[in-house]
Design a protein around this ligand. Structure first.
Ligand code: GLN
Length: 511
């Protein structure tokens, strides 16, 4: 290797390194595999060096053949030869897929998820499967059958969840980018708690084929990386119509990076966000928001104003109701989706079952963790005869109202800004004692999924005193299909600030 990749590099600079031939795709892959093997956060569930190196040599052949590879119009770049790790919710042929559950331990899928396939087709090299909450149910990655993930910034803290392994692996500098899934905040919240950029697209943009289903009407895939630009390039590669997913949107492919550095229409380079109307929902700044998060959000909003953004108060009056609505709808869908894990078709099968009923019961009791069992029970209850109208139908009505609130707010603003979570990351040892407390911490993220909107998180600072090493994220929410506007806003913020360049390695710069 003539020049080693710099630790904590973003994808854009690694793409430059490949194009300049400072290192080859196989060399980059070996470097990443070495990082992944030194994982001290319990973020990595599986690697397969042989498969990764094979993909890397194929990518290098393409790089050699395509003299112009790495050159794109605009600030975008080619993904050819760059590493990517996947949340262990995406099925993969080259690595086992577990959904962080004992029930799938050792399962190898006969096919790749569409998102995995698309990133591979763009020339990315798959390098690992990453830990998460079991079946993506959780907010702190403490519900994994393979142990909790540690936050690389502060090892006693959770990394957020459910895509906690993805966030920790990128934040720790093991890999430059990872996939995540977001059903109620699982890309945005761990991105916030680990100081990363992450985006959940409009429902239907990314194919759910091969993404192990949690709550199908809410689940979306998205990228987690160091910068908004990296997220834009990844998102373009991940999204697009897929006839294998009946809720996939048939929209023309969009190049999210193409215009990311251009000012908002009519604005100047000095104030690139001039004319952008930024709504601040008053319910997001009410009781429950910690002082340290509020302070960081206020400073980020001041920066958006300096960049020309115009802020205004908006209202999302049903914010509080999004919690009960989500925690009825998501478990209801989960109880139905998870009924396929019965010990017969695949996954864990209990030994010495007396009869079929006993086989189902024991396989599921042994295979599913506590939180997953709780959700299945809640979901089965709210769907049961006599309770369906009172809970499930009522929750669907509230879902409509939550979506209406967003539509009304977007009558007067272009994007919504606010916190991702009420607090910084909590301690691993205090997690999981009170499921309700964990559910309540999802208050600012759930509404977006109920309404099917795109939203992202970007790093904007750190907590205070004992929390000085716990990152905080700003949430940007857009109307349907306005990913480009979110990414552009985030990119201009990152051009003017350096929060996204901070990393937890004490020898390479303190927060
Ligand atoms: N914390 C939420 C839940 O537990 C969201 C999880 C997710 O987005 N996958 O359901």
């Amino acid at each position: 290797m003539s020049q080693s990749p710099a630790a904590f590099s973003d994808l854009a600079s690694l793409a430059q390194g490949l194009a300049a031939r400072n290192f080859s795709a196989p060399e980059l892959t070996e470097w990443v595999l070495k990082n992944l093997q030194a994982d001290s956060c319990n973020a990595v569930l599986a690697i397969n060096p042989e498969a990764s190196l094979q993909q890397a040599s194929a990518a290098q052949k393409r790089l050699d053949a395509e003299a112009r590879a790495g050159q794109c119009s605009g600030p975008g770049f080619s993904l050819l030869g760059l590493p990517i790790a996947h949340k262990d919710i995406f099925v993969t042929r080259d690595w086992p897929t577990t959904a962080a559950s004992q029930i799938l331990k050792g399962y190898i899928s006969p096919f790749d998820a569409t998102v995995v396939e698309r990133l591979a087709a763009a020339g990315m090299v798959g390098v690992a499967k990453l830990n998460c909450d079991e079946f993506a149910m959780g907010s702190g990655n403490t519900h994994s059958a393979f142990g909790p993930v540690r936050n690389p910034w502060d090892s006693v803290a959770v990394p957020g969840g459910s895509s906690g392994g993805s966030a920790a692996a990128v934040a720790a500098g093991l890999v430059p980018a990872a996939t995540g899934t977001d059903t109620g905040g699982s890309i945005r919240q761990p991105a916030a708690m680990c100081g990363l950029s992450g985006i959940k697209p409009t429902y239907g943009r990314a194919s759910r084929w091969g993404m192990i289903a949690y709550a199908s009407s809410l689940d979306q895939a998205g990228p987690m990386a160091r910068t908004a630009l990296d997220c834009a390039v990844l998102l373009s590669a991940m999204c697009g119509f897929d006839d294998k997913d009946s809720t996939s949107l048939d929209l023309p492919a969009e190049d999210f990076a193409a215009q990311i550095d251009q000012p908002i229409a009519g604005a100047s380079a000095a104030t690139p966000l001039a004319g952008l109307r930024i709504g601040l929902p008053k319910e997001f700044f009410a009781e429950g928001l910690s002082d340290e998060v509020r302070r960081a959000i206020d400073a980020a909003i001041a920066e958006l104003r300096r960049l020309g953004g115009q802020t205004m108060e908006v209202s999302l009056p049903r914010t509080g109701l999004s919690i009960p609505a989500y925690y009825v709808i998501a478990p209801a869908e989960a109880s139905s989706n998870l009924s396929r894990f019965d010990g017969v078709r695949y996954g864990h099968r209990a030994a010495d079952a007396k009869d079929l009923q006993d086989l189902y019961c024991r396989s599921r009791a042994e295979g599913f963790g506590k939180e997953v069992q709780r959700r299945i029970l809640i979901g089965t209850f709210v769907l049961s005869h006599g309770y369906y109208d009172a809970y499930y139908i009522q929750a669907q009505r509230v879902r409509r109202l939550v979506a209406d609130d967003f539509d009304a707010a977007f009558q007067s603003c272009d994007v919504i800004a606010g916190p991702v979570a009420p607090t910084v990351a909590w301690n691993i040892d205090t997690a999981s004692t009170d499921p309700l407390a964990e559910y309540l911490a999802d208050i600012y993220t759930l509404g977006v999924n109920l309404a099917g909107l795109p939203a992202m998180s970007i790093p904007i600072g750190f907590g205070q005193q004992a929390h000085a090493r716990r990152p905080i994220g700003l949430q940007l929410i857009g109307p349907r299909f306005q990913e480009s506007l979110l990414l552009k806003t985030a990119h201009h913020f990152q051009m003017a600030t350096d929060w996204h360049t901070r990393h937890p390695d004490a020898t390479k710069g303190q927060p």
